[in-house]
Design a protein around this ligand. Structure first.
Ligand SMILES: [Zn+2]
Ligand SMILES: [Zn+2]
Length: 76
């Protein structure tokens, strides 16, 4: 899955945990997972090396393909 920088559309590189960095403008981004149904932040559940996304507003488990990922700049 290729992730593009919201600023310059350059490919983001994985940095650590859920943080990514743009090699073009050097901005760091934090990945946020949102529910495709209610647009609210999803709870992230880590189990057995895989990550699940869970909506606490009644939409249950959301498969990774359906999760809305947003990348917000990290202030350093
Ligand atoms: Zn960029
Ligand atoms: Zn939801």
């Amino acid at each position: 899955m290729e992730i593009l920088c919201p600023h310059c559309q350059h490919t983001l590189h994985w940095l650590k945990a859920s943080q990514f960095q743009c090699s073009q403008c050097h901005q760091h981004f934090q990945q946020h997972a949102h529910c495709p149904e209610c647009q609210q932040p999803l709870q992230t559940l880590s189990a057995c090396g895989s990550v699940s996304y869970f909506c606490q507003r009644g939409h249950g488990l959301i498969s990774r393909q359906r999760v809305l990922f947003r990348y917000l700049p990290v202030q350093e």
